[in-house]
Structures are given as C-alpha cells and as structure tokens.
Design a protein around this ligand. Structure first.
Ligand code: PLP
Length: 239
C-alpha cells in the first residue's frame, strides 16, 4: 500500500492538530517533545486509522471494546501501533482489554484494576494504566474522587501486571481559558501529590485535553492529548 497523498482531508486536519499542539507547547515554554497526540478514533473506520498511521501517527484511543477489537484485526499488519482504551470499562470486558491494549486510561476502582492485572497475559509487557479522576466532581460521572486517589494508586502500584503511569480526566465543559485551566491544574496537582508520595513510581503521564481544550491542558502540563474531532472530523453517530 502506498502512502496517501498529502492533500487528503485527514492529512490536513492531522497537520493542523500537530501545529496546534506545537504552538501550544511553545506558548507554554515547554519542549516540543513534551506531549503527544493520542488520536481518538472511536466510530471512525479502520481505513482512516490506517491513513493516519501512514502519516506517522502511532497512538490511537478507542472507547468501545468490540469496535476496537474488530479494527485491531483489520490493522494487525501496522507495526508499532499503540492502542489505548479510554472508555468506560465494565468487569465483563476487562479480559479483552488486558489482552489487546497497551494502555488503559479509565481505571477508577480497585476491582477493575485487579482484574486487569490478573488477566494481563504473561507474554506481554505490563499494562500501562492511568487512573481516571472525576475532577469536576460531577454526580454519576466516571472517575475516582481526589480523596480516593492515594489509596487507589497505592493498590494499583502493588499489582504486578500493571504499571501506573498517571492520571486522566474529562472535566465538565468550561467557557474560556481560565475556566478550562482550573480543573486541569487540580489534576496536575493531584499527580504531583502522587509523585511526592510514591517517588519510585513511573508517574509521567497527564492524559488531559481534547479538541476543545487542548491549549488549556498544555498550559497545565498535559502529556497525552486525547484528540478526536480535530483529527478525524465530527462523529456522525455519537453513542
Ligand atoms: C471522544 C473522546 C475524546 C475525544 O474528544 P474530541 O472532542 O472529539 O477531541 C477524548 N477522550 C475521551 C475519553 C473520549 O471519549
């Protein structure tokens, strides 16, 4: 298969997203290599993921297990592709995730973490994990509370087949830069608290910022930007 020409819609939007990220890092006084795009491909066809891969994108985020597994089969020939599970995770899906992903961003309780560790195959590296925090304290939203975080982190750090890498959050939508930065600052402070408490842990990841708040997230230290719409366009069938 030949690489797609540079003039496709995806090539243009990916280049724009990369420029946004580079500009935001530069404006924040951070090195250009400090953060990367995680291309969120939920509801988008495998062919678009393949095209993004040909354009150099390697990290992809999926929300729905069955949909993701089907795409992974189609894309099994792509070297060095890295699959991140970023959606809500129920107990009955942990085995599929443990066996078919490199990262999980949505661990928010010990029971799920325990299952993922138990089910991670021996022949694979440990599963990289972010703890999801309900940073805006929204009722009935996914994520651990800030108060629960230290105990959950300590439990996950003791699990042999998981590697705790950091924190993830989806803040309530905010208008304007200051409002958007505030929850991201609290997530960064929470990560700094864990880093101080567990100095041996490889806690290097802040998974925060999406299409609408990428710049605010970068100003507060985001390292992994979960960007869907800005790369792949609007989703036609949101679930
Ligand atoms: C869909 C989704 C994204 C991407 O959102 P966009 O606004 O399209 O960039 C990021 N993170 C999670 C958890 C998502 O479900």
């Amino acid at each position: 298969m030949t690489a797609p020409s540079a003039s496709t819609p995806l090539a243009e939007s990916l280049a724009e997203a990369r420029k946004r990220l580079a500009d935001a890092l530069s404006a924040a006084g951070r090195p250009a290599t400090d953060a990367q795009l995680l291309a969120v491909s939920k509801t988008k066809p495998a062919a678009l993921i393949r095209e993004a891969w040909h354009l150099g994108q390697r990290e992809f985020g999926e929300n729905y297990v069955q949909e993701a597994l089907a795409k992974q089969v189609e894309l099994a020939d792509l070297d060095n592709i890295v699959w991140h599970f970023i959606g809500p995770l129920q107990s009955n899906k942990t085995r599929d995730v443990a066996e078919h992903f490199a990262w999980v961003h949505s661990v928010d309780r010990e029971k799920i973490a325990r299952r993922l560790s138990d089910q991670r195959p021996e022949g694979m590296p440990p599963l990289d994990v972010c703890l999801q925090v309900n940073i805006s304290a929204e009722p009935s939203k996914a994520g651990a509370s800030l108060a629960e975080l230290p105990a959950l982190a300590e439990a996950v750090l003791a699990m042999p087949r998981l590697r705790l890498r950091g924190l993830m959050a989806i803040p309530a939508p905010g208008e304007g830069m200051d409002a958007q930065r505030e929850p991201f600052a609290r997530l960064r402070e929470a990560l700094e608290g864990l880093q101080a408490r567990f100095p041996e842990a490889p806690l290097d990841t802040l998974s925060m910022g999406m299409t609408n708040d990428l710049e605010a997230a970068i100003l507060e230290g985001a390292t992994l930007l979960r960007v869907g719409t800005a790369i792949f366009g609007e989703r036609e069938n949101p679930r």
